[in-house]
Write a protein that binds this ligand. Structure first.
Ligand SMILES: Cc1cc2nc3c(=O)[nH]c(=O)nc-3n(C[C@H](O)[C@H](O)[C@H](O)COP(=O)(O)OP(=O)(O)OC[C@H]3O[C@@H](n4cnc5c(N)ncnc54)[C@H](O)[C@@H]3O)c2cc1C
Length: 318
């Protein structure tokens, strides 16, 4: 069991000056990002203040809704003859279309981080995990180390470039190993053709945040026969089960979207009508997802194991 008098350590790492740490300055090569309706709902579920920060800084479309109450989000038209100007796709939603500068969104997130829990300007060189009774150790490039009960990894730095690199990961067989989990692009980097990668990262964060918040509870730990290490494994297993399929489907469909839009998808011609038949409605399953539903599914996976452990412990004490 972990010592309830000690706070659990979850290092939060990012790229910004080391001190003072109550103001984090993010430099960001990218410009705008579309944070889709599912991303916005996920950020609201994590903490309404994140969504408020997003709304403060996002640029919203000025178009009125159509006759079905839907606002335009992404509209593409054909730029080549013979059907130049014809619609290739029109993605709409009942929430207003918006885009946000990445650095502005990060600014809003940084305001919500408790300064004592965030350490910026650190670069991880390697992570080591020995026995279950020892902490996971992060080794930084500046020679310092930090200990943690569990680690959630970030995507490796792309170094300093003057452009974007586009990485697509092959489907990962798992999103965790021992007490180290991956999420966001580290787990499922995808091509950008659906504007969905950051949204999947936010959904990962929602599920992970709820699992960590609920199950690393000292009162619960006292009652249950699960050690900190077992709780960590179970949290990661629940996260992996719920998040891997959906985020990898986004990777797959994103590549397919890229192929459709560039004329590289077998069986889809470059005629606007053919492309729009495949493109319209393609976003529905991503955008209209039940965010609280996936959290409940993850918790059920955790609690089924927890219940059976409790039952076994009760039976063996009779
Ligand atoms: C051209 C393009 C357009 C896109 N447009 C959209 C869009 O409109 N909407 C959308 O939802 N998604 C979009 N995406 C995808 C989106 O950018 C990513 O999915 C998202 O940024 C992933 O977030 P992340 O936190 O996992 O990784 P990142 O944003 O890459 O963050 C990882 C962080 O970890 C840090 N780091 C890396 N290595 C270390 C280390 N060793 N030690 C310490 N820190 C480290 C990095 O410096 C960085 O700050 C786009 C991607 C591209 C390429």
């Amino acid at each position: 069991m972990s010592d309830p008098s000690k706070p659990m350590t979850i290092p939060i790492l990012g790229g910004a000056p080391p001190k003072p740490i109550n103001i984090a300055i993010f430099s960001e090569l990218g410009a705008g990002a579309v944070l889709s309706p599912n991303s916005q709902r996920a950020m609201e579920c994590i903490d309404p203040r994140i969504f408020e920060g997003f709304q403060r800084r996002a640029a919203f479309g000025v178009d009125s809704p159509d006759e079905n109450g839907l606002f335009p989000w992404i509209t593409m038209t054909k730029g080549q003859e013979p059907d130049i100007g014809e619609a290739v796709m029109q993605w709409k939603h009942e929430t207003k279309g918006s885009t946000i500068h990445r650095a502005h969104f990060l600014d809003e997130l940084a305001k919500l981080i408790e300064p004592s829990r965030a350490h910026f300007g650190k670069s991880v060189a390697k992570i080591t995990e020995s026995g279950d009774n020892d902490p996971v150790v992060l080794h930084f490039k500046d020679g310092t180390t930090a200990e943690a009960d569990l680690v959630i990894e970030l995507v490796p730095d792309d170094g300093t470039t003057l452009g974007w690199s586009i990485w697509e990961m092959p489907p990962a067989p798992t999103y965790y190993n021992g007490r180290v989990a991956i999420m966001g692009d580290a787990a499922h980097a995808s091509t950008p053709y659906q504007g969905a990668g950051a949204g999947q990262t936010i959904e990962d964060s929602l599920v992970m945040e709820r699992l960590l918040g609920k199950y690393f509870d000292p009162a619960r730990e006292k009652r249950l026969p699960l050690s900190t290490v077992e709780t960590t494994h179970l949290i990661f297993q629940a996260f992996d089960t719920v998040r891997r399929h959906r985020s990898q489907k986004v990777q797959t469909t994103s590549s397919e979207t890229g192929r459709i839009l560039t004329g590289a998808e077998p069986g889809v011609s470059m005629k606007a009508s053919d492309m729009s038949a495949r493109m319209n409605g393609r976003q529905d399953w991503m955008w209209n997802y039940d965010q609280e539903g996936q959290v409940k599914d993850a918790m059920l996976i955790f609690e089924e194991v927890e219940w059976s452990r409790e039952r076994n412990a009760a039976n063996s004490s009779v």
